[in-house]
Design a protein around this ligand. Structure first.
Ligand code: ADP
Ligand code: MG
Length: 620
């Protein structure tokens, strides 16, 4: 019988190999970014069009390739990174399998331009489905640019199986984050369809995390550090009070490589035992450093699974390190002074005047107290702003003063605090508590010059939110928290229609959304301070209020929206507030235009004068 075994032609072999390495646009992103890092780039640009389906381009300023290397780089098992099997155990590069470029070129149109540092000209190569179309000499910047177009053009089945643009884009952003978080010393810029999505300047680890996940992340981070003979652990965990019900952020890096490791994840998760609210997940960014000889990265083509020689010890050390940090955090709330001015300014703030930074402290938080599921939502919603209370007195013209003094033509309410801005966080923190107490998780009691003020926390917060919202809607300058993972909610057709009518106004509150189809709403941005889990309830209430309201009944629609949202977003009675939050509410309320009344015309506070109190104690 004739022989039947044949060697597969290269382009077929490459296509098969590509199936393992290139699963989706995000895989290409990962491989190209890693090559740029291995080439020693200081700045890496990632350009994406149509979620990678049309174009994925990576431009680096690394060492570039010679014309011969440029040609060879597309051969399978062509690598400059290892020479023999032993090198596998001393890896200092991301790549080493020499199959990424060959695989990518097998399933896409690839344009490579590269010039070595110090050379006058570089080379460019065009490849389509493993076939070289052209190779030339070109003038090009030092470094390498690889453009991958029309991914899977020759494998329609694969192309058809790609997910929606938003899903593929999410995978791309995930890969980008993983690489960027591991290499804070490199500047990364990412564009999608001409728009700049991320601009991450060279920085330290903490700043990189903050730049990726937003300025609010900074205050949530607690450092972890541990150095032993087998592993060096560095990084951050997110304070338990900020843990997310959804997946959260879990990042392990080993020798600057993102890995997935369920066993080590368990180590961290178990350190958080008892500290997290129901079903919430621990979030962390942990960077492990081990001797390359003690790990095997070679077990998976995408290199995200790693085998450690001494997994058990690493488990124990990791768990202890995280527990230790949680414990330290309990003793000393971590206020971060690491922060650079101008570090993470959201774009929308670009033209605004600088404001004093926000400080958020939960003095009562004790990670080792059982049942500490406490007031997470409140502390994330209410920030204490270090704002001067100067000008208060003026706001009080016209207020009824029970203990009116003769020399005052009008009454005043003054907070009995010399310097609320400066004195708040004095050692011991006593002054913060001294200004304002919470009573029955419902009322805030503060001292004023003429006596005391008792504030209804719910109604006060309604007033504050209402005025903020009104201002945002009319000034059209709201700030929205961009959601990395859009939220999708089902509504009836009618409700969707109504929401779309309100779209413009709502956008000014920070709500950014669109209808995906006639009964699904996709939310990509939320008003500042609104939790993701709150958003659905707020919208439902809004729809109910809008439907109930008789048109033209004296209130404008803008007013209606602001009232409805203020009503559903405000802190409820029964919610415990920490001292800083009380203080914030108090200050903010009395900075309102109409502090006395809630948007629903209920009093927000009452005052009792010293005289009134004295009268109550008078002897008969
Ligand atoms: P590997 O990274 O595993 O070596 P690749 O197929 O990703 O395999 O790349 C093949 C080779 O091409 C690399 O070893 C490297 O020498 C070269 N190369 C790829 N990308 C770049 C780049 N951006 N800059 C310089 N050289 C590169
Ligand atoms: Mg590579």
């Amino acid at each position: 019988m004739a022989d039947i075994i044949k060697l597969l032609p290269d382009h077929v072999a490459n296509q098969i190999a590509a199936g393992e390495v290139v699963q989706r646009p995000a895989s290409v992103v990962k491989e190209l970014l890693e090559n740029a890092i291995d080439a020693g780039a200081a700045t890496i640009k990632l350009i994406i069009k149509d979620s990678g389906k049309t174009l994925i381009q990576v431009i680096d300023d690394g060492k570039g390739m010679s014309p011969t290397d440029a040609r060879l780089s597309f051969e399978r098992h062509a690598t400059s990174k290892i020479k023999n099997a032993e090198d596998l155990f001393a890896l200092h590069t991301k790549g080493f399998r020499g199959e990424a470029l060959a695989s990518i070129a097998a399933v896409a149109h690839v344009d490579l331009k590269t010039r070595q540092q110090g050379e006058d000209v570089g080379s460019c190569i065009e490849i389509e489905g493993s076939i070289i179309k052209s190779q030339d000499i070109v003038a090009t910047p030092a470094g390498t640019s690889i453009a991958v177009k029309n991914l899977f053009f020759n494998i329609p089945a694969r192309r058809n199986f790609l997910k929606s643009d938003s899903v593929e884009m999410r995978h791309i952003i995930d890969e980008f984050h993983r690489v960027a978080l591991a290499h804070e010393q490199i500047t990364f810029v990412m564009y999608h369809n001409e728009g700049e999505l991320f601009n991450l300047p060279q920085s330290n680890k903490r700043q990189r995390i903050v730049n990726v996940f937003g300025s609010k992340t900074n205050e949530k981070l607690v450092p972890v550090e541990e150095e032993t003979g087998i592993v060096k652990i560095k990084g951050f965990i997110i304070k338990p009070e900020f843990a997310k019900k959804t997946k959260g952020e879990q990042y392990f890096f080993v020798n600057d490589r993102f890995i997935k490791h369920s066993y080590l994840h368990h180590a961290v998760a178990s350190a958080f035992d008892g500290l997290l609210p129901d079903r919430a997940r621990a979030s962390y960014f942990l960077y492990l450093e081990v001797d390359p000889q003690t790990i095997d990265i070679n077990i998976h083509p995408t290199k995200t699974e790693v085998k450690f020689e001494d997994e058990h010890s690493i488990y124990t050390l990791l768990r202890a390190a995280v527990k230790h940090s949680l414990g330290q955090f309990n003793i000393a709330p971590v206020l971060d002074f690491d922060r650079e001015p101008g570090l993470d300014t959201p774009y929308a703030y670009k033209h605004r005047q600088a404001e004093t930074p926000q400080v958020e402290v939960d003095r009562d938080f004790n990670p080792f107290k059982e049942n500490n599921t406490g007031r997470i939502s409140v502390s994330s919603r209410v920030h204490y702003e270090k704002k001067s209370a100067a000008g208060w007195e003026n706001l009080y013209a016209g207020l009824d003063n029970h203990g009116g003094r003769a020399d005052d033509s009008f009454s005043r309410v003054e907070i009995e605090s010399e310097d609320p801005a400066g004195g708040m966080f004095d050692e011991g923190g006593a002054s913060a508590e001294a200004n304002c107490y919470q009573l029955h998780n419902k009322f805030l009691v503060g001292t004023i010059k003429s006596g005391m003020v008792i504030i209804d926390q719910n109604k006060a917060h309604q007033r504050i939110l209402y005025e903020d919202l009104l201002k945002n809607i009319t000034v059209k300058e709201s700030v929205s928290q961009q959601l990395l993972f859009p939220l999708r909610f089902d509504f009836s057709k009618k409700e969707i229609h109504l929401l779309l009518q309100l779209k413009e106004t709502l956008e000014n509150t920070g709500f950014i959304f669109d209808a995906v189809d006639d009964d699904t709403l996709e939310i990509t941005g939320l008003p500042m301070g609104m939790g993701e889990n709150e958003s659905h309830r707020v919208l439902e209430q809004l729809l109910a209020d809008v439907e109930r309201e008789v048109p033209g009944a004296g209130f404008s629609q803008v007013d209606l929206l602001a009232r409805s949202m203020a009503g559903s977003m405000a802190i409820r009675n029964g919610e415990k507030l920490d001292a800083a939050s009380c203080e914030y509410l108090l200050n903010k309320l009395f900075a309102c235009k109409e502090p006395m009344l809630s948007p629903f015309n209920r009093p927000t506070f009452v005052t009792i004068s010293v005289e009134e109190l004295e009268r109550k104690f008078e002897t008969r």
